[in-house]
Structure formats: structure tokens, C-alpha cells
Design a protein around this ligand. Structure first.
Ligand code: BMA
Length: 890
């Protein structure tokens, strides 16, 4: 296990001398010394107490988020001893470097204070040359409870400045903690509307002693520029940030290579570090003798995610010392195009290598409250699920953490562009000098760490804070505005734009993009449909009606809540907690105020509620809630994808991005996620594979009872001629009662156009359907391998017939490789079976993904794909498969 963590956090440096202090030789002790536990670095106190038996139950079980809150109210000291040899100590510079301290601490070596930390997101470096000795040394990191600190600072701020900062406490339903905006720590560690409070403390990233006589390379940032004429020739501009804490002039020789090609060999640079010991060296290198393959997002243009290994080596004429940094980089340009539209507004779309693309994807929250509990395998699984769902963009939301290097590496590899928020969310923040100073260090640390990733598409200052400026007391508006602009614009924005010339920065998400500059950064309406990005949620109205959704330029957040499967809930709750109506234990996990009622209301629009009962009835509720969510996201996303036209009257429309909220979960709970905590897909995740495909057909009802069929093409091809089939079925039968075949033509790719319109009443009459309750519509365009369906009535008001679904066969399709097996599962039905949900019996032990789930069986037979990493047989699948349709809900 430990090896995994070391690998995960492995940092790509070769130092002149490096003594890692990671590992499990640490001890953690609470304030009154009543608890002493073994401890691990990287890690934190909650996991140390759990792993060593001080917390008896799983942290996420039952009410343990509250029961174990005492951990976060105590102060904890981490300590260990370590040996230092004379060689290390003989170096000119000897620093303690901590890549992540969470959060407020004093650090001592051999009982002498060497530094302090106040920011989880800053890399700290302390000079320890004079306090270390040859032989055994001790290090002690004394953490103050984050909760104590933030409430202390909140009080101090009010006493000093006499006004309140919006966002002190969240809704009581979060069962969380107040004042997260007064500490630079993962905001959602104080709880969120999808997550519990575990405001842990600890050394959450690598820590060690670095020693050198000369200098080291700390970071590399890159700019890749294509030659305008050739298209395949690129220039690589790079900055190497060198730290030379002896602060003397140094004569260096620097080499740069790309894969096996040496681009620069031992080039001499005489460097004079600034007073803080840093010095930057810049190179502009036209790449010759190498054909560069450009990097593209998943599914865009030629769909290549080619990465190159960039290595920068620093040597010295008068010393054998060396320092080296390697990064995987990609060659690409990225722009956000904001051009005026008529009569008013600005476009907002992404263009990579000069090619505009439709951003399709989701939002990411921290995969665990305790970063040390996230394995590389789990991260890969989540990111591969995003890739599988045809996503090309994911927003790393601003209330979590700047993610691990590995997440961005996976994004580079899989072609998932990252909309990167800075970690400030859903509140205002102070702007007193020490706060701004630590934020400056944070932004510099993070922008230099992340800048080289080809996947990063845009920077945003925060999540939804601009909106907050207008909340709160009227008389405080000017002060709030001043704080907001000082922090987000004069500090965060300024540093990012100095460090990275290649990407757009928006003040907040959502924002009005370039327009917000005219609005002095605080717009009247930051989800304005004429500019920038929008966030949209609705918990009241029927969500399968596309007309309620905003016609903005870029939908960066929209979503709806559903329950996780009973399998996932049983990892943290008892069977007796899984009931309908829902239990107190479940309600404890519903942090969204009014969430339970909203889910019931939404179900009630479309389905009959399950009858009251235990786990089986709760299971029905899970199923219906997941169908509601999946359909809502399908309908909303298809609308955003169809909505390419600008409305000539209002300037609204031309939506060019759809990132639903949210892909992952932080614990088992009713939330917006499409993947449950632990990795099990909800129905929505399987739906996303289909509604995010490059080319899809979308069928919907427009005004005056008109059925419309649109084709959305995200390919870049030309004219295509093809057949479109529209079938009308009676719910009671397997055979269509009507089939229309239309010869269609689509003139160009990267478009959305209406192919077909027809009056619904006329279609019903022609098909012999008595009314909307009797029939359902299916549409296919085989040429683009896409099909869809449209309900003419709510399922509860339709004449559904029990379809008598049967499992026909399970066939192993292939052994893709040792790790993954693919099975075809075939089901039969005697009538139209809507929203067929698949799952396995509890305790079957079979884990894997149904590529389609919540599907319709139209023609009596349906084969779907199941992918698994489990070593299962056809028979095991047969024996354990469960299926359910709407008429099975009791
Ligand atoms: C948005 C997000 C999150 C939140 C989500 C669901 O506002 O930015 O803060 O979790 O909605 O309410």
C-alpha cells in the first residue's frame, strides 16, 4: 500500500541531495497527549486515527461525520526523527521543503522553530542548515485545529474591520462548520451540499530536506506556437524557474531535450538570483528535425493526444551537481473566442489549434475528503469513465483542492480539457494584507505547477463568488466589491496573467467573460445568457421540459440530484435505514435543503411513487430518481447541443459548452453525481456516453405540438446523405405501428440542424394511436449510428404494459486484455419496456459498467455491453443479473 502512495506523490526532481521524510515513521499526538498514534506522510489525522484503530468505525459510516468531529477540534502534533549525514550538511543550502501542509502549523527541527504555515496550497521552504546536525534529528509539526483558527480569524476580522464577510456559515442541513473562507484550506472540508465535514490536519503532500551547493530547477512553464505557414513546425518557448538560495551569481550550463532529441546542449547562462533566491531562464526553441504531432482533446479533429517528454537539465562548470526536471507536454494552442454577436452579446467557445470545438463534459469535486485515501487506480477509473462518456472537458471546481499531478496527467493523456477554478467558492473572502500575501504565494505555486499541462483550457478566479457580492447587506456592497476585486482581480488574475500568457482568465464561474471588464468585474447578472458561462439549477419544475433551460453561451454547471444504489449505501448505512419514505439516517446525508421533497416531487411529475416500505421500496425510489436525473440531463444537454443559433432578437443562444454537475461523489449520499462514491455508475453515466457522442440525433417537442428531429454533428466532415427512420410504437406491442423513412441531407459537420418536423396529433392519427398515452416514438439514423426516443406523455399517464423481460443470453465477447472483459447481455421483452435498469444482486461481487442502462427495449430484443475488470464467468453474470422496468415499481 505504502509503495502506491510514494509513487503517487513522487515528484519529478533529481536534486543534488534529497532526504525524503515521507513514510510511516511519524507519530501524531493530540493537545493533552491523551492520544498518540502512528502516522503516515503524506496523510492526515483522520486517516491516521482510523488506520491505527483509534476510530473504530469507517469515517463515512452513519453519523460519524458528526461523531468524529472532535478530531478536528483538537490540535495535533506530527513528529519523527531522522538521520542526517555530513555530506548533506556540508552543502551550502539545506532546506526543508513541504509540498503541502494542511494547514496552520508551526514547524520545529531539533526543538527550534524553523517556520510556519497558513495555507494548504502553498509549497513551503525553510532554511534548516543551521539547526540540523550530523546524526539523529527530530522534526515536529504542530497543527492548530483548522476550526479553531478559522473562527479565531473570523472574530479578529470582525473586531478589526467591523463588517461581516458573506458566506460565514452554510445551511444547517450540511451539518458542517462555519468560517471556511478565513482559512486557505479545501473549502468543502467544512462540508458542502454534497459532502460531510472532515476538516482534517496533517502533512498531505511530500516533505523532505533538499540540499545543494548551487541551484535547482523548481518549475517549468511552456508555450507552444505553431508556424503559421507550415502547420507542423512548432516553436517551444519555455521558462525554467531556478532556485539558488545561496543567492550568489552562478555560472550554469543548461540542456533541453524533447523525447530523444537534444534541443539545447550545455548552453551557458550566468545567473544572478533575486533577493528571494529565484531566477528565471527563458528559451525560445524552433523545433527542427522532428515532426510534431499536435495535441487535441478527446474526439476533436484528428483526436491525437500525443505527449512529448520535455527534460531540462541544469549543470555547472565548477561542480558535478545537477538538477533535472521532466514534464510531459503537448503541442497545441487554446483560445476562448469572444466575438460580438448581433444584436448584443459575445460568443464564448473554445478553439484548439485554430479549430473550434463543442465542450462536452462535467464538473469534478474532490474524490475524497482525505486526499491520502484516493488511490491512483481510483483516479484513473474515474477519468477513464469520463473519457468513455465521450467527454472532452471537465471543470475542476473551486471549492476543493488543486488536484494531484496525476489527475492532470490523466487529463493530458485522455484528452480531457480542464477548466481550472482557483480554490475559492460560494462566499466572499477577506482582503487583509496577510491573506493576500499567502494567496499570492498559493497562486504562484499552483500556476507554475500546472501551467505546462496541455489539458488546461482556462483559469477561473473562483466558483460563484462574483454572485455573492450582491448578496449580504446592502450597506456592505462597496466593501464587498472592494474585497472581491482586490483578491480576484488585483491579485489572483494579475499573477496568473503574468505567469501564463496562453490562457484566458475569467474572474469567476459563472461570469460574463470579457463583458465583465466593462461591468467593473461585478455584473448585475453573472449567468447572463448573452455572455460567458452560466450555472442553472431548478428543483421545482418538471425537468424533462427543455424549454425551461437557459439559452446561454456556455453551460458550465447544471444538474439534478438522485440516490445512489443500495449497494453503495449499504457500505455506510444499515439495511433498516434504507426505506421509503426515507429515514433520518438518509436525510442526514441529504445536504441540499429540500432535496428529499424535490426528488419526490420530480418523481411525482412522471411516475407513481413507490409504495411505502423497506429496502425493496427504497430500491424502487433509487431507480426512479436515477431515471429522472438521467432523462433531465439528456434533455437539457441535447437542448444545449442543439442550441447553436443566436436569437436575433435577444442575442441569447449559440451555446457551445455543456458541463453537467457533477461526475463524482465524496461519500455515499443523494447528490448530483453520475458516478457513486466507490465508482459505481448511476444510470446518468451510461446516458452520458450516448448524449455526449460527437454525432447524435435529438427528438423533441416544439411549439404547437410539433415533433422535431435534429441532427447534431461534432465531426468536421462535409455533406452527408442518409436515411432517417421514425417509428411509432404502441406500448403494448413490439412491432411499430408506423414507420416513416426520410431521405435527409446534412451539408456540413460541426453543426446542429432540424432535419424533420411533423405535427404530433397528425402522427398519432396516422399511426392509429387513440391519444398520446398509447404510443411512443423512436428515431434512428443508422448512418451516424445514433438513435433516440421521445415520450408523448408522462409514463404515469401512459398505457404501459408489463413487458415480461427475460434474460436471453450472456456471451463473453472478447478478452480485451487481462484486465478487462466484455460481455454481451441480451434481453427479450413482450412489449415496449421503458427505462430498463440493470444491476447485480447484492453481494454478487461483480463490479463493472453497463455501457447502456435505463434503456428502452423496442423490438422485443436488446443486446447491451457490460465491461468488467472482475474475473467473472457468463454463468455468474446470468445468476446475478437483475433488471427492472417502470411497471416493476410497486
Ligand atoms: C453549484 C456548485 C456547487 C454546488 C452545486 C450544487 O452552485 O458550484 O457549489 O455543490 O451548485 O448545488
Amino acid at each position: 500500500m505504502l509503495g502506491k502512495f510514494i509513487l503517487f506523490y513522487l515528484i519529478n526532481y533529481i536534486f543534488a541531495d534529497y532526504l525524503p521524510l515521507d513514510g510511516n515513521q511519524w507519530t501524531a499526538i493530540n493537545q493533552n497527549k491523551s492520544i498518540t498514534t502512528k502516522a503516515r506522510v503524506p496523510g492526515s489525522i483522520y486517516s491516521d486515527l482510523r488506520n491505527n484503530g483509534h476510530l473504530k468505525e469507517g469515517l463515512l459510516v452513519g453519523y460519524n461525520d458528526i461523531n468524529y468531529r472532535w478530531v478536528a477540534r483538537d490540535n495535533w502534533t506530527y513528529e519523527r526523527s531522522f538521520d542526517v549525514d555530513s555530506k548533506l550538511l556540508s552543502k551550502q543550502v539545506v532546506n526543508l521543503v513541504a509540498h503541502g501542509l494542511d494547514t496552520v502549523s508551526n514547524i520545529y527541527i531539533n526543538n527550534k522553530k524553523v517556520g510556519q504555515s497558513v495555507n494548504q496550497f502553498v509549497r513551503y521552504k525553510f532554511d534548516v542548515k543551521d539547526v540540523l546536525k550530523v546524526g539523529t534529528n527530530t522534526i515536529r509539526v504542530e497543527f492548530e485545529s483548522a476550526l479553531h483558527y478559522s473562527s479565531r480569524i473570523s472574530k479578529w476580522h470582525f473586531d478589526t474591520y467591523h463588517y461581516e464577510i458573506v458566506g460565514e456559515c452554510f445551511a444547517k442541513e450540511y451539518h458542517g462548520e462555519c468560517h471556511n473562507h478565513f482559512i486557505r484550506k479545501m473549502p468543502s472540508s467544512y462540508s458542502w451540499d454534497w459532502g460531510p465535514a472532515f476538516p482534517t490536519v496533517g502533512i498531505w503532500k511530500s516533505i523532505g530536506i533538499e540540499a545543494n551547493d548551487k541551484a535547482i530547477i523548481r518549475d517549468i512553464t511552456v508555450v507552444t506556437t505553431p508556424d503559421k505557414t507550415s502547420g507542423t513546425q512548432w516553436t517551444l518557448s519555455l521558462k525554467a524557474f531556478i532556485e539558488s538560495d545561496s543567492r550568489k551569481k552562478i555560472d550554469t550550463k543548461i540542456s533541453v531535450s524533447l523525447d530523444d532529441h537534444l534541443l539545447i546542449t550545455d548552453q551557458k547562462h550566468s545567473l544572478t538570483p533575486a533577493s528571494d533566491g529565484t531566477v528565471k531562464v527563458e528559451f525560445t526553441i524552433p523545433i527542427k528535425d522532428m515532426t510534431i504531432i499536435a495535441w487535441f482533446p478527446n474526439g476533436v479533429a484528428n483526436n491525437t493526444q500525443k505527449l512529448y517528454n520535455l527534460k531540462v537539465s541544469l549543470g555547472f562548470d565548477d561542480s558535478k551537481e545537477m538538477s533535472e526536471q521532466s514534464k510531459r507536454i503537448g503541442f497545441r494552442t487554446i483560445e476562448v473566442i469572444q466575438k460580438p454577436v448581433k444584436p448584443i452579446g459575445l460568443t464564448f467557445y473554445f478553439q484548439v489549434n485554430g479549430i473550434p470545438f463543442y465542450a462536452k463534459g462535467t464538473n469534478w469535486i474532490p474524490a475524497n475528503n482525505l486526499q491520502e485515501d484516493i488511490t491512483p487506480e481510483y483516479l484513473r477509473e474515474l477519468m477513464e469513465s469520463a473519457h468513455k462518456a465521450n467527454m472532452n472537458m471537465m471543470r475542476v471546481w473551486g471549492g476543493g483542492v488543486y488536484e494531484s499531478d496525476y489527475l492532470y496527467q490523466l487529463a493530458d493523456e485522455l484528452g480531457i480539457m480542464i477548466w481550472q477554478d482557483y480554490m475559492f467558492a460560494c462566499s466572499l473572502y477577506p482582503s487583509y494584507p496577510q491573506f493576500l500575501e499567502t494567496v499570492d504565494q498559493e497562486v504562484l505555486t499552483q500556476v507554475r505547477r500546472l501551467q505546462h499541462h496541455p489539458s488546461i483550457a482556462i483559469w477561473a478566479g473562483n466558483n460563484e463568488n462574483e454572485v455573492m457580492v450582491r448578496l449580504g447587506k446592502k450597506e456592505d456592497f462597496e466593501r464587498h466589491k472592494k474585497d472581491y476585486i482586490e483578491l480576484n482581480i488585483n491579485h489572483i488574475r494579475k499573477i496568473i496573467l503574468e505567469e501564463d500568457t496562453t490562457r484566458t482568465f475569467v474572474g469567476s464561474s459563472p461570469s460574463n467573460g470579457d463583458e465583465e471588464i466593462k461591468e467593473d468585474w461585478i455584473s448585475k447578472h453573472s449567468s447572463d445568457e448573452r455572455y460567458g458561462d452560466t450555472h442553472y439549477y431548478n428543483y421545482d419544475r418538471p425537468l424533462w421540459d427543455w424549454k425551461i433551460y437557459p439559452s446561454g453561451k456556455f453551460a458550465s454547471e447544471y444538474g439534478y440530484i438522485s440516490y445512489s444504489s443500495i449497494e453503495t449505501f449499504l457500505t455506510v448505512l444499515n439495511e433498516t435505514d434504507l426505506t421509503f419514505p426515507i429515514s433520518d439516517a438518509m436525510e442526514h446525508r441529504e445536504h441540499h435543503p429540500g432535496g428529499t421533497k424535490s426528488i419526490e416531487k420530480e418523481i411525482g411529475y412522471y411516475f407513481n411513487h413507490p409504495s411505502h416500505g423497506g429496502i425493496e421500496r427504497f430500491n424502487d425510489l433509487v431507480y426512479l430518481s436515477q431515471v429522472i436525473q438521467a432523462m433531465a440531463m439528456k434533455i437539457e444537454t441535447e437542448f444545449y447541443r442543439r442550441n447553436r443559433q443566436i436569437d436575433e432578437k435577444t442575442g441569447k443562444g449559440n451555446t457551445m459548452g455543456a458541463l453537467y454537475w457533477q461526475i463524482n461523489d465524496i461519500w455515499p449520499a443523494p447528490t448530483w453525481a453520475s458516478i457513486e462514491f466507490g465508482g459505481k455508475w448511476k444510470i446518468l453515466q451510461s446516458y452520458a456516453i450516448d448524449f455526449l457522442k460527437n454525432n447524435i440525433v435529438s427528438v423533441y417537442e416544439d411549439n404547437n405540438q410539433t415533433l422535431k428531429i435534429s441532427l447534431i454533428r461534432d465531426d468536421y466532415g462535409g455533406k452527408e446523405v442518409f436515411d432517417l427512420s421514425l417509428k411509432v410504437y404502441k406500448w403494448s406491442s413490439n412491432k411499430p405501428v408506423q414507420e416513416l423513412i426520410a431521405k435527409c441531407q446534412s451539408n456540413q459537420g460541426f453543426s446542429a440542424e432540424v432535419l424533420f418536423s411533423h405535427s404530433i396529433p397528425d402522427l398519432l392519427t396516422k399511426s392509429g394511436c387513440a391519444d398520446r398515452s398509447e404510443c411512443v416514438v423512436k428515431v434512428d439514423i443508422p448512418h451516424f449510428q445514433t438513435s433516440s426516443f421521445m415520450l408523448l406523455n408522462e409514463p404515469k399517464n401512459s398505457k404501459l404494459v408489463k413487458p415480461n423481460i427475460k434474460l436471453v443470453s450472456v456471451k463473453r465477447k472478447s478478452h480485451l486484455d487481462d484486465k478487462q472483459q466484455v460481455f454481451d447481455i441480451t434481453l427479450s421483452s413482450e412489449a415496449i419496456a421503458p427505462f430498463v435498469g440493470l444491476d447485480f444482486k447484492l453481494k454478487s461481487g461483480i463490479k463493472g459498467n453497463f455501457i447502456e442502462n435505463g434503456f428502452f427495449i423496442f423490438d422485443g430484443m436488446k443486446t447491451i455491453t457490460f465491461e468488467t475488470k472482475s474475473n467473472v464467468t457468463e454463468k455468474q453474470i446470468k445468476d446475478n443479473l437483475l433488471f427492472k422496468t417502470v411497471t416493476d415499481v410497486l
